[in-house]
Design a protein. Structure first.
Length: 612
């Protein structure tokens, strides 16, 4: 095991950007999702007594419930919320009551297709099982209660019997990966090697021979087009893909399997160099919720599902465990501050399923009326619940555990990956970060009673100028793959000062959508222009290299907002006119953090601005 992360349990965030989000998560998001799930019938479905007239259960409602339990467990772990414990226990009682003697549990199949279990690869039974396992691990760690853990262990044993020992299921690997990474977590919690073996089995079998697929999809939709070790590009449904890649990275790490790790590395590089939005969003096509081809990153119709952004964090986190490289932690940061946070409203109650980089209500409404009803176009406002509501509880479970992304250890070296105000405690050591990141780039880190001999601190890829002082003395650290290494033992005060300038970012010219356009970033935060501040027709506004940027602290968004110089062509009656004949009006353009868009009613939004 190379780099072992401190778990979120060992890290307490204090006043600051992420602490606020976690408070909203505990006070608003987790309760709100519970209420919406209860109203929609998701919890009643666990009673297995559906009657005509009630909302009809869905094949993967169990996964929604499981993800909510998992998120609640993390909140309980930190806040010891007894009312929440009662709610979770009531759900677990229902699950345990209805688990079959053999170990099987699936509220949909048991009610509606009892004789069809494990006959349809696309029907999410193993996906639901995986989420139940993750929930069980989280709840066991939070409370010590093992009722759900016993349920999922018995279920995992049954799955092993059916899929490995008897091979009596109609398929070999699940259509929706998830159980692979979940079984690894189950192994880590129980120490039972057979769960790791089962995870390895599902990873290794994928793509070995043709398997059932949705009729409209090809094998790459579920990453079954090639044996996993031969996969070098990110293909198909992006959530499935990154859950699978996370499981692959886990197995590669446990087995020291370099061939598998190299496949993960190639796929990761393909994502971040060719198939990822500037916001860290992935899966650009609504059709199949999928990756498409290199550099195909449309803004208006970006799919960029919230769950996919979260899954990319899972993948990058696991890659960091095998290899200390700033590209992984940079990606985690990019997703966290942009494509992940955009998925939730500032009040914590509503969510985006897809996260576009441009909103033009007129264009979208025109398109909606012209297009086939099945065509998916982004909505312009977040919702409290979706028919397919996989994203909200996924957001809640990651929000509660971001502290687990901050620190790892390798022998005598402590790695510091992300900057969030708070304290970590482990092996008698205490690490305190004081910072108002991402509003500014100064991070003071107090190290107390450190037993190791070295610290490696990430210098973010976005940062051009920085300084590091230890105990008030400037130091010249050894740089390796985005990390600054320096000796440190016992007590120390580290001061990292990162210059956080407003930057103009251009896309690779092969991204056709962004030709002639630029985005604005400040530190890890991507900015956007919204109609609420800037009026209409934002697509026609252009900027130059001279931004004359002014920044200010925004209470509403919890970080800086910007104002820059821009120009906009004056309105015209002509459809076409000679170049340079139309006057332009200079204006100051207000930019807000991308994650905060669509919190002030429906309006236009644009990340990639025209640039002359
Ligand atoms: O299929 C289960 C979940 O629903 C997927 O992970 C999401 O992409 C959505 O399709
Ligand atoms: Zn989702």
């Amino acid at each position: 095991m190379k780099n072992t992360f401190l778990s979120f349990e060992q890290v307490s965030l204090s006043d600051g950007f992420w602490k606020k989000w976690q408070q909203i998560n505990a006070a608003v998001t987790v309760p709100a999702i519970y209420d919406r799930f209860a109203e929609s019938g998701r919890f009643d479905a666990l009673r297995l007594d559906w009657k005509e007239g009630q909302p009809h259960p869905h094949i993967f409602w169990d996964s929604d419930t499981a993800k909510w339990i998992e998120a609640a467990a993390y909140v309980i772990e930190k806040n010891g919320d007894t009312a929440l414990i009662e709610k979770v226990d009531a759900l677990i009682d229902l699950i345990a009551e209805h688990q079959e003697e053999c170990g099987y549990f699936n509220s949909y199949y048991q009610q509606f297709q009892p004789e069809k279990r494990f006959t349809d690869r696309t029907d999410h039974e193993l996906y639901c099982a995986g989420h139940l396992m993750e929930a069980a691990v989280a709840y066991h760690r939070a409370t010590g209660k093992d009722k759900l853990l016993s349920v999922v262990c018995k279920y995992a044993d049954y799955i092993e019997k059916i899929f490995v020992k008897e091979q009596s299921a109609s398929f070999v690997t699940p259509g929706h990966p998830e159980i692979e990474l979940a079984l690894v977590r189950l192994y880590e919690e129980t120490g039972e090697l057979r769960y790791l073996n089962l995870a390895r089995f599902f990873v290794n079998q994928r793509g070995l021979k043709p398997e059932q697929q949705y009729e409209w999809a090809d094998p790459s939709y579920s990453q079954s087009h090639l044996p996993v070790r031969e996969q070098k590009t990110a293909e198909g449904h992006s959530v499935r893909a990154c859950y699978l890649y996370s499981g692959m990275a886990d197995i590669a790490r446990y087995d020291s399997d370099n061939e598998l790790l190299n496949a993960c590395k190639a796929i990761f590089d393909n994502i971040i160099n060719r198939r990822m939005y500037i916001t860290g969003g992935i899966g650009s096509a609504a059709n199949g919720e999928a990756f498409t081809i290199d550099y195909d990153l449309p803004n208006l119709t970006a799919y960029s599902e919230s769950c996919a952004a979260i899954a990319l964090i899972f993948f990058a986190h696991r890659m960091l465990m095998s290899e200390l490289d700033g590209k992984y932690s940079d990606t985690i940061e990019r997703v966290l501050y942009n494509g992940f946070l955009s998925s939730i409203s500032l009040d914590g109650k509503s969510f985006f399923y897809v996260n576009p980089l441009e909103i033009n209500p007129t264009l979208l409404n025109r398109n909606r009326s012209l297009l086939d009803k099945s065509e998916h176009l982004p909505i312009t406002q977040r919702l409290e619940l979706f028919g397919c509501s996989c994203c909200p509880p996924n957001i809640a479970r990651l929000m509660a555990t971001v502290g687990g992304l901050l620190y790892s250890q390798n022998g005598n070296t402590l790695h510091i990956h992300q900057y969030m105000a708070g304290t970590a405690e482990f092996d008698g050591t205490k690490i305190t970060q004081q910072t108002s990141y991402p509003s500014d780039g100064t991070v003071r880190i107090l190290v107390e009673k450190y037993q190791g001999s070295e610290i490696a601190i990430r210098i973010p890829g976005w940062c051009r100028n920085w300084q590091l002082r230890v105990n008030d003395q400037p130091i010249q650290p050894r740089m390796e793959k985005g990390y600054a290494f320096f000796p440190c033992s016992s007590n120390a005060e580290i001061l990292l000062q990162m210059e956080m300038a407003t930057e103009i970012i251009e896309a690779n010219p092969l991204v056709t959508e962004n030709a002639g356009r630029a985005a604005i970033m400040r530190g890890p935060v991507v900015y956007c222009a919204e109609g609420a501040d800037n009026g209409e027709n934002i697509h026609s506004i252009w900027i130059t290299d001279e931004l004359d940027a002014e920044e200010w602290d925004s209470e509403q968004f919890g970080c800086k907002c910007l104002r820059i110089d821009a120009w906009q062509p004056a309105p015209s009656q002509s459809l076409y006119y000679p170049a340079n004949k139309q006057p332009s009006v200079q204006k100051r353009l207000t930019l807000i953090p991308y994650f905060g868009f669509a919190n002030r009613g429906e309006s236009e939004m644009l990340v990639w601005l025209l640039k002359k």
